[in-house]
Design a protein around this ligand. Sequence first.
Ligand SMILES: Cc1cc2nc3c(=O)[nH]c(=O)nc-3n(C[C@H](O)[C@H](O)[C@H](O)COP(=O)(O)OP(=O)(O)OC[C@H]3O[C@@H](n4cnc5c(N)ncnc54)[C@H](O)[C@@H]3O)c2cc1C
Length: 256
Amino acid sequence: MNAYKHVVYWHDTEKVTFEAPLRERVDCDVCIVGGGFTGLWTAYFLKETEPALDIRIVEANYSGYGASGRADGFVTPTIGKDIQALVKEFGLQRALEASQAVGRSILEIGRFARKNRVDAEYEANDYLMVATDAAQLKRLEQDRGLAERMGAAQAEILPREESQAVIGSPAVIGSMRTGGALVNPFKLSRRIARVVREKGVTIYDNSPCLRVEPGVRPTVVTAGGQVKADKEGRSARSDRGPTRGSPWSSTCSRRG
Ligand SMILES: Cc1cc2nc3c(=O)[nH]c(=O)nc-3n(C[C@H](O)[C@H](O)[C@H](O)COP(=O)(O)OP(=O)(O)OC[C@H]3O[C@@H](n4cnc5c(N)ncnc54)[C@H](O)[C@@H]3O)c2cc1C
């Protein structure tokens, strides 16, 4: 069994071709550290908004190497732990806005795939939350009630027989269908990388960021070179080198 411990199924579905590492000193508009979903989508939407931007991505390994290429592939409508926790923490209105944003993002991935002729095995086939005991069923009913109060699209609770027919297990006593999709997350990461490169973004593989020198124009430093940018975005929570444990955020920070 141990032989399978570090095998990621998705990684066998797509061969990796490495981009050249950073071996120069360059200037650009935006430098992003980390080529996972956070960094790649940031680059994609920045380019969609402002095609003239010179964007560079500095990646320690290769795009999709991290959590993005190792995820389970569920594009779910959940945000945070669950809807009840979300409402408790942020209130009905903010929870509704967050849920709608996540709902839109499910469709957005499909739109991105169609627009850019991306095959990432995307299947928008909904998501079934199942209950196998009375307490779980009650929770589904509470979730449904909350969704109604929020003014979100009403989800129907499927009775035992219907749920069992879908799942094929006698253990299921009820279920609720919501929007969702499946995707090959590794292929999706690799394809977003391809699309952003076609849009003119430069990706440097095998170029771990060693430090970011702050300033009006911050500088991302690697062993082989450095990128000075008007704005820098850190999407990497490094598991290696000097950046371990640093409080890097997952958002693009604006400077200057
Ligand atoms: C096992 C697992 C299953 C999951 N399943 C799902 C799921 O089904 N559905 C879902 O929505 N989410 C899932 N997630 C969560 C999802 O994968 C993450 O939220 C998402 O991939 C985070 O993307 P990211 O770009 O922020 O991080 P990452 O994908 O980790 O990207 C960070 C990148 O930064 C690079 N990097 C690190 N340090 C440096 C450095 N010093 N310099 C340069 N580059 C660096 C890494 O190599 C990496 O490529 C799962 C996560 C895991 C771990």
